[in-house]
Write a protein that binds this ligand. Structure first.
Ligand SMILES: Cc1ncc(COP(=O)(O)O)c(C=O)c1O
Length: 356
């Protein structure tokens, strides 16, 4: 079965085999070597300086990393502006409410880009209660839209604000400008663009931010996790096998040419699927130049329900993904993350042609 949902992804044999390594106690030096290698390789993904940035690992899914980042990096006297155009932007607002973090939301249509004029107006009108942080989802997986981090970074830089980014479905493939001083942290996971398995998530955080980190959560306390990992330690029992797979996936990632190569591979696969579906009359709901290379959303063909399409493709060995919320009735999603090839996408397109 090939997984074309946005994670967990189809594994390479190399990564799958790495799950069968020896049983390992998380208090032994072998585990700390594994943890160190994962942390170093995560920083190397974007060529980051370990004196400036820390990769902080945790056991959990992508939401754990987003929650850990958000709960830690907005101080008690801070105030966050949350920009939303999909399910995952909405989730950050829920996390803020859960922890009592002072925040405001700017909610855009799920089908529209962030309106940066509206964001500017909101930032500049808040004279009495100034914002200290802005949160955004880089790749809003709800629709496949890539939000414009570069322009947002400029807005934040000009105002001395820190940007917190949910990069759960973009880290490892899409460019992220870590040289932008406004960027405070990004949260991501092992089982999407990095091609590991679910269970390991991480935050890449500016070390300077860690010294002021708040401690609102016990298990996901980013400051404590960073401190202990820097001392080759861990507060809890991590998902050791997920870490094995993450390290092997990161070695494979480097061997294959790193982030630029992964971007190129995804872009080619996404374009192949878009062009092939277009010949069958199926159009993307977001223009390719506004989309990530990771996932695209397509209009369901007239007279075809998602369930019918999903079940027919699953019978042929492909798992596609539904739209979220009301979008379930009108669109379906195809991710080209994971160990999938151009030949696989040709087979997929033939299956589509047979269904229509
Ligand atoms: C952008 C984004 N953020 C957060 C999440 C949540 O990740 P998880 O389901 O691993 O908790 C997802 C999952 O698809 C996502 O795409």
């Amino acid at each position: 079965m090939l997984l074309l949902n946005p994670g967990p992804v189809t594994l390479s044999e190399r990564v799958r085999r790495s799950l069968l390594q020896p049983d390992l106690c998380h208090r032994e030096s072998e585990f700390f070597a594994l943890q160190d290698e994962a942390r170093q390789r995560l920083l190397a993904t974007y060529g980051l300086d370990p004196d400036v940035w820390a990769a902080v690992l945790m056991t959990g899914s992508g939401t754990a990393a987003v929650e850990s980042m958000t709960a830690a990096l907005v101080p008690a006297n801070g105030r966050l502006l949350n920009l939303e155009n999909g399910v995952y932007g909405d989730r950050i607002a829920q996390i803020c409410s859960q922890y009592g973090i002072a925040h405001e939301r700017v909610i855009f249509s799920w089908m529209q880009p962030l309106d940066l004029d509206a964001v500017t107006a909101r930032l500049d009108s808040a004279k009495d209660a100034r914002f200290t942080h802005v949160a955004v989802v880089h790749h809003e997986t709800t629709t496949g839209r890539l939000n414009d981090l570069r322009s947002l970074g400029e807005l934040c830089r000009a105002r001395g604000l820190r940007l917190l980014v949910d990069a759960v479905s973009s880290f490892g493939a899409e460019p992220i400008d870590f040289a932008d001083d406004s960027l405070g942290a990004v949260a991501a996971t092992a089982n999407k663009c990095l091609h590991g398995v679910p269970g390991a998530a991480f935050v890449i955080v500016r070390r300077a931010q860690l010294s002021q980190a708040a401690s609102r959560t016990y298990y996901l306390d980013l400051g404590r996790l960073a401190r202990m990992q820097d001392q080759r330690n861990t507060p809890f029992t991590p998902a050791v096998h997920a870490y094995y797979a993450l390290v092997e996936a990161l070695r494979e990632f480097a061997d294959e040419g790193g982030r630029p190569a992964r971007y190129k591979r995804y872009a080619a696969l996404a374009e192949q699927v878009r062009a092939g579906l277009a010949t069958l009359g199926i159009e993307p709901v977001i223009a390719p130049e506004q989309s990530s290379v990771v996932l695209r959303s397509y209009q369901l063909p007239a007279g075809m329900t998602y369930t019918k399409l999903h079940d027919a493709l699953k019978a042929e060995g492909f798992v596609i993904y539904a739209g979220q919320g009301d979008l379930a009735k009108t669109l379906f999603r195809i991710s080209t993350m994971g160990h999938v090839t151009c030949a696989d996408m040709n087979r997929l397109l033939k299956c589509f042609a047979r269904q229509l």
